[in-house]
Design a protein around this ligand. Structure first.
Ligand code: FUB
Length: 320
């Protein structure tokens, strides 16, 4: 019976072009035809870094359309050298790899490289933030700690169960690593060189104009630090700047509008081959895309001469 159900699911998945469970065992290749860039799966909560010639994209994996809430059981990894031709890797990390994550939800994360290892910080809804560790960007990733790095207890000003989500990590030029996270309230802390221990106190971020929902992302350009984050609901992206990752932060305004057909937006910002990119998700796959079946998109990001960022123009053509 079990075998019959699995075969039926595979047949349905094959003909619909979508899979909720990923049985891929080898890297697969595809060409993006604009936004959304991935069309055989629903992907959300992008994070990315550049290593050598390649941009590595880390994604959440939404179930197919018609869901009433987030259903995400694993995370996906992609790479590209030109933002057009992509490689998709076999699933290298699942929520069940984090045995302590009783919530069972594979929420947003961000991966980063340090000392030859790759660390993928992930959220699990209400069970806390965990860290996956791997020898290669595509994984496989193992639970580095066997317990959460951060939990709701670290979110000292928050009362709701999903406060401890959306980790974002950043290593400054002096080697100091930071982790930012939070829903409704934004927190940050230093990470030790080993990347799996918090160094010192957890602090809450606050500044004039901050109306914070979730999804912090830190990047640096010309010695200026940028903290972008989700504001409002349905979500827009706003940002602030500072001369230090420790603040004080100065609010700079809205960066991206509500992303079509999705309540959430969740950005990553980075430079790749001399250009800056804004990676986010929308609910743009017709007819089944939506707030719980999202799709990652990439558009260009431009700065003004004074270092402020121009509003993002979301496009269906993308960056090809
Ligand atoms: O994907 C689940 C949650 O939706 C993420 O953790 C948030 O950032 C929002 O995109």
């Amino acid at each position: 019976m079990k075998t019959f159900l699995l075969s039926a699911l595979l047949v349905i998945s094959f003909f619909s072009g979508f899979t909720q469970i990923n049985l891929q065992t080898e890297p697969a290749h595809f060409t993006a035809k604009g936004n959304p860039i991935i069309t055989n799966k629903y992907t959300a909560d992008p994070a990315a870094f550049v290593e050598g010639d390649k941009l590595w994209l880390f994604a959440g994996h939404d179930f197919e359309g018609g869901q009433k809430n987030y259903k995400m059981k694993d995370w996906l990894v992609y790479s590209t050298s030109d933002l057009k031709n992509w490689t998709e890797y076999p699933v290298s990390m699942k929520i069940t790899d984090f045995k302590w994550a009783k919530s069972g939800d594979a929420f947003a994360g961000q991966a980063i490289k340090r000392n030859g290892k790759y660390y993928w910080y992930i959220s699990t809804n209400w069970s806390g933030i965990g860290v996956g560790i791997a020898d290669k960007p595509e994984g496989p990733y193992l639970d580095a700690l066997g317990k959460p790095l951060l939990t709701n207890k670290d979110c000292f000003d928050s009362k709701h169960s999903w406060a401890c989500i959306d980790p974002s990590v950043f290593i400054d030029n002096d080697g100091q690593a930071y982790i930012f996270w939070g829903n409704r309230e934004c927190y940050y802390a230093k990470l030790k060189e080993n990347m799996i221990e918090i160094d010192g106190e957890v602090k809450r971020i606050n500044f004039d104009g901050l109306d914070y929902t979730e999804a912090p992302w830190i990047h640096k350009r010309n010695n200026l630090y940028y903290l972008s984050y989700v504001t409002g609901f349905p979500e827009k992206i706003a940002y602030a700047t500072s001369k230090s990752p420790n603040g004080p932060w100065v609010y700079k305004g809205v960066l991206n509008e509500i992303a079509g057909n999705s309540n959430t937006n969740h950005q990553a910002i980075l430079e790749f081959k001399g250009e800056w990119y804004f990676i986010y998700h929308n609910g743009g796959i017709q007819t089944d895309g939506g707030s719980y079946s999202r799709s990652i998109c990439i558009d260009k990001l431009f700065y003004n001469k004074d270092g402020t960022i121009k509003r993002i123009v979301m496009t269906s053509e993308g960056v090809n």
